[in-house]
Design a protein around this ligand. Structure first.
Ligand SMILES: *Cc1c(COP(=O)(O)O)cnc(C)c1O
Length: 400
């Protein structure tokens, strides 16, 4: 019996066991080194073993770990103030994960309609290819039939619409519509960015019909595209009313948050919501340390610079491997390539060559490296991918 036998079979991890990380590299017990371009699925934005995170955890662990939401946590006030100063938001609810942050966002939007006298407005319009988490509500919001099969009746209140289709959203709005929920850049769906213009148009549509605009920036936020949040490329012209954040905001420590305007959060009063662990002292110590690093202008400049370099290098790879690469996609350091060969197999081949990457819907090889990587790391990754794509040429073509 292997050690894995008592774990749910929801994942199929490879044999490598990583025991240590440093910057953009992971190491196995025997000291084998891997270049990490998946970063715990867009989580370890500051890389592995970042001194600010390590120090924050050690210092806080010596003081106090947990008190629950029943008591004041000064770190919460501090971090909420920082996020509100840096975004559209006035109010924050801290969670432990992305799915919980999205759940909070959905509840916040519906509750806002409710307290404003529109109890009938509960429906959330979402996009095909979306990923919002694995809880009951968030699988229904995501609308991926594979994630819903066998988990009981489809939950009412979510309408899944074609991606990047303003008319589809317009036509779907009715007297029951409460909100539109979008990822400014789809991650799991295949690294698909929405244009700034599209976000602005959806914002106007929401204003016109009294709908709330919810962004899920769990993956594309926390500095990943070169702004603290991806929608901020619209310079305030496409701000949401509610936003879910997680992954990179904790740099590896599990935490998330739902950000909202004063108006959107007005219904979320005592008794409407809660979380035993959310916003705990340890999470807040890390969250504050990570925020300070993420908002260092040198870091966002690095994401833009290295992100541009990476996409140029990807374009060159596409030119030299036309049989393997179909399309280069992404924004900043949330990037990928749609392949003509099976992305999952290419991902595994890359791992055999000591480069860790992910895959995403739509047969995409996904890369979400730490935001601290340099052009040197990119060259190392490209060299490996060049070799991998040469091998992949022999594989059968991907067919849907
Ligand atoms: C990962 C992800 C989630 C879910 O986050 P968890 O922490 O796994 O619950 C939600 N939305 C998006 C866009 C994500 O990428």
């Amino acid at each position: 019996m292997s050690a894995n036998d008592h774990i749910y079979n929801c994942y199929a991890p490879p044999p490598q066991e990583f025991v240590r990380g440093e910057g953009a590299y992971l190491y196995t017990e025997s000291g084998e080194k891997y270049l990490d371009f998946i970063a715990g699925i867009a989580v370890n934005g500051l890389g592995h073993g970042h001194p600010s995170i390590v120090t924050a955890i050690k210092e806080q662990a010596d003081k106090i770990l947990h008190v629950s939401g029943m008591f004041r946590v000064p770190g919460q006030f501090e971090l909420a103030e920082k996020y509100c100063a840096a975004t559209f938001a006035d109010k924050v609810f801290f969670t432990n994960s992305g799915a919980e942050a999205v759940e909070t966002a959905i509840k916040t939007a519906r509750r806002c309609q409710f307290v404003e006298g529109h109890e009938e407005r509960y429906e959330i319009l979402t996009c095909k290819g979306a990923f919002h988490g694995r809880t009951m509500a968030t699988i229904n919001a995501g609308g991926n039939p594979k994630y819903m099969e066998g988990f009981g009746p489809i939950m009412p209140g979510f309408t899944n619409l074609p991606f990047d289709d303003l008319d589809a959203i317009k036509n779907a709005v009715n007297e029951n519509t409460a909100a539109v929920l979008l990822e400014p850049v789809q991650g799991e769906g295949g690294v698909r960015p929405l244009s700034v213009q599209f976000l602005k148009d959806v914002r106007s549509l929401c204003d016109e019909h009294g709908l709330l605009l919810i962004y899920d920036e769990v993956q594309c936020g926390a500095g990943r595209t070169g702004k603290l949040f991806a929608h901020q490329w619209a310079d305030g012209a496409a701000d949401p009313d509610v936003m879910a954040v997680a992954k990179g905001m904790g740099g590896g420590f599990p935490m998330g948050a739902c950000l909202a305007t004063e108006r959107a959060a007005e219904g979320m009063v005592i008794g409407t919501h809660g979380s035993t662990y959310g916003g705990g002292p340890l999470a807040m110590a890390v969250g504050n340390a990570v925020f300070d690093e993420l908002t260092d202008p040198a870091l966002s400049a690095n994401v833009v610079k290295v992100g541009n370099y990476l996409s140029q290098q990807f374009a060159a790879l596409k030119d030299s491997h036309p049989d393997v690469v179909k399309e280069v996609r992404g924004k900043g350091l949330l990037c990928g390539m749609q392949l003509k060969k099976k992305a999952l197999d290419v991902r595994n081949l890359a791992r055999d060559n000591h480069l860790l990457v992910g895959n995403a819907g739509d047969n995409v090889l996904r890369m979400v490296p730490p935001l601290i990587i340099t052009e040197e790391h990119v060259r190392e990754a490209i060299e490996i991918l060049d070799k991998v794509f040469t091998q992949a040429k022999e594989m059968d073509d991907f067919t849907h």
